[in-house]
Design a protein around this ligand. Sequence first.
Ligand code: ACO
Length: 331
Amino acid sequence: MYGKIIGTGSYVPQKVLTNDDLKQYVDTDDEWIRERTGIVCRHVMEDGETMKGMAVEASKRALQAAGVEAGELDMIIVSTVSSDLILPNTACYVQEQLNAKNAMCFDLNTACTGFMMAYNTVQTYINAGLIDTALIIGAEGLSRLVDWKDRGTCILFGDGAGAAVIHKDEQAVFDTVMHANGKGGSALSMEAGYALRDRAIDKAVSALSDKDRHLRTHIGMDGQEVFRFAVKNVPIIIKELLGKMEIKEQDIDLFLLHQANKRIIEGVIKRVGTTAEKVPMNLMEYGNTSSASIPILLDELVKQGSISEGDRIIMAGFGAGLTWAATYLEY
Ligand code: ACO
């Protein structure tokens, strides 16, 4: 027995930064960003807004769409790399805000693969007979992690949250393929500020220059390396999942890919041998929102009526770790 998605919700901050707006921070231009990434603008939190607040808002919307009371939730998982909180975890904060007093709560971090890992985790708990109903959330406040002086990264990312309620269902079908390669970790990395504090036991670390400390506590990325990794491995993992399930690309109605870059998605479309109509994009509006990108896209498509009951969907994500995964679901 597995679960089906019975409600989705999302939330993005109102403040929009266009590509031209970024000129106040870095030497860039609209044409370059559109051509290399497809991104036109991104939503970013203003002072007073928080990643955990976005997670709560998206969750309320998903619960309302599902017609589920918070007290019915057995589990809440938040996927994030940009939590406002170290302790307690963001999922416990969401629980408290929703009054979901029966839910076990934890966060997970697999970067842009995270929403799938939250989904896969819930399916596994349902299959084990341990839970019936769960809320999963991908929420990111990446504008607080990027270096606004680094034009190689700050143009790419945005803030937002997406959520889904999953409930056990005899008709539910689930399968997945997941991979990680820690050896590629340096392609996309960031250290926690507290790990580099002065008076750390390791005096070599506390001897860091301000410049080094700044570099290590903001998102650092080898863009070309990440690009090559994604274009190569996402098609392979999708084909691996199709092969494992003994189905074909033609059997799939929609591919929901992590919204990182238009050229990565176009590369995947070509290598999988599918059509652009089956691979919707919204990165133009939101940029890369890491683990929030797939649930925000899912929620938009549901609200537009572009997903119908029974649609066969593959979600595929890739990101820091390096991690990558593809998951099959029937809506
Ligand atoms: N505006 C203008 N020029 C720029 C900018 C910018 N924002 N950024 C870089 N350039 C310049 C560079 O300095 C370089 O100039 P030079 O030729 O004079 O040296 C030139 O543009 C080309 O730079 P590249 O880095 O080679 O550009 P590339 O075509 O690789 O595009 C990009 C860069 C968009 C980052 C691309 O590599 C990419 O999208 N990679 C994938 C990144 C990604 O998706 N990361 C996240 C995935 S995982 C996750 O979601 C967490």
